[in-house]
Design a protein around this ligand. Structure first.
Ligand SMILES: CC(C)(COP(=O)(O)OP(=O)(O)OC[C@H]1O[C@@H](n2cnc3c(N)ncnc32)[C@H](O)[C@@H]1OP(=O)(O)O)[C@@H](O)C(=O)NCCC(=O)NCCS
Length: 131
C-alpha cells in the first residue's frame, strides 16, 4: 500500500466511511478486518470486507469467522440487505473454504485485477451474501 493510500484510508476512517474490527487477546491483536461502509468500485451498493488477516499461530480458532459475523451484524443493524468481499479463489484455499462455509457466493461476474502487490497481479472475484 502506498503512503497516499494509507493517508486516504485514515481520512475515510475519520469520516466513519470505514472501520477496522480487531480481535485482541491479552492486549495483542490476533485478527483484523476492514469494513468499508461505502462498498467497493464494483459493488458500491453494499458494504464490503477487506484485508482480513489472522496471525499465523492463531489460525483455525474461529477468530476470522467471529469478526466476519460481527461485521454482518453491524451491517444488518444499519439496514443493509447484503455484504460483499473480493477473493482470489484459486490461490487462497483457506479463505475460499472459509467464505464458502460462511455462505458467501460468487456474484457471477468475471474476475478482475484488484491491485498489484510486490509486482504480482491480484486477480479476484466478488463474493456476496444476503444478510
Ligand atoms: C483466511 C484467514 C483470515 C482465516 O483466518 P482464521 O482466523 O484462521 O479463520 P477461522 O479460524 O475463523 O476459520 C478457519 C477454519 O477454522 C475453523 N474453525 C473455526 N473455529 C474453530 C475452532 N474453535 N477450532 C478449530 N477450528 C475452527 C473454521 O471452521 C474454518 O474452517 P473452514 O476453513 O473449513 O471453514 C487466515 O488464514 C489468514 O489470515 N490468511 C492470510 C490472509 C488472507 O488470505 N486473507 C484473506 C484475503 S481474501
Amino acid at each position: 500500500m502506498t503512503d497516499e493510500q494509507i493517508v486516504e484510508r485514515l481520512k475515510r476512517q475519520g469520516e466513519k466511511l470505514l472501520e477496522y474490527l480487531v480481535f485482541e487477546i491479552d492486549g495483542e491483536v490476533v485478527s483484523f478486518v476492514l469494513l468499508k461502509w461505502h462498498g467497493k468500485e464494483t459493488h458500491p451498493e453494499y458494504p464490503d470486507l477487506e484485508d482480513l488477516f489472522t496471525r499465523e499461530d492463531k489460525r483455525g480458532k474461529g477468530y476470522a469467522s467471529a469478526l466476519i459475523k460481527e461485521c454482518e451484524n453491524l451491517v444488518k443493524e444499519k439496514g443493509h440487505k447484503k455484504i460483499g468481499l473480493a477473493a482470489n479463489p484459486d490461490l487462497n484455499e483457506n479463505a475460499r473454504r472459509l467464505y464458502e462455509h460462511l455462505c458467501y457466493k460468487h456474484d457471477g461476474k468475471k474476475s478482475y485485477i484488484d491491485g498489484i502487490y510486490n509486482g504480482v497481479e491480484d486477480w479476484v472475484v466478488d463474493l456476496e451474501k444476503e444478510i
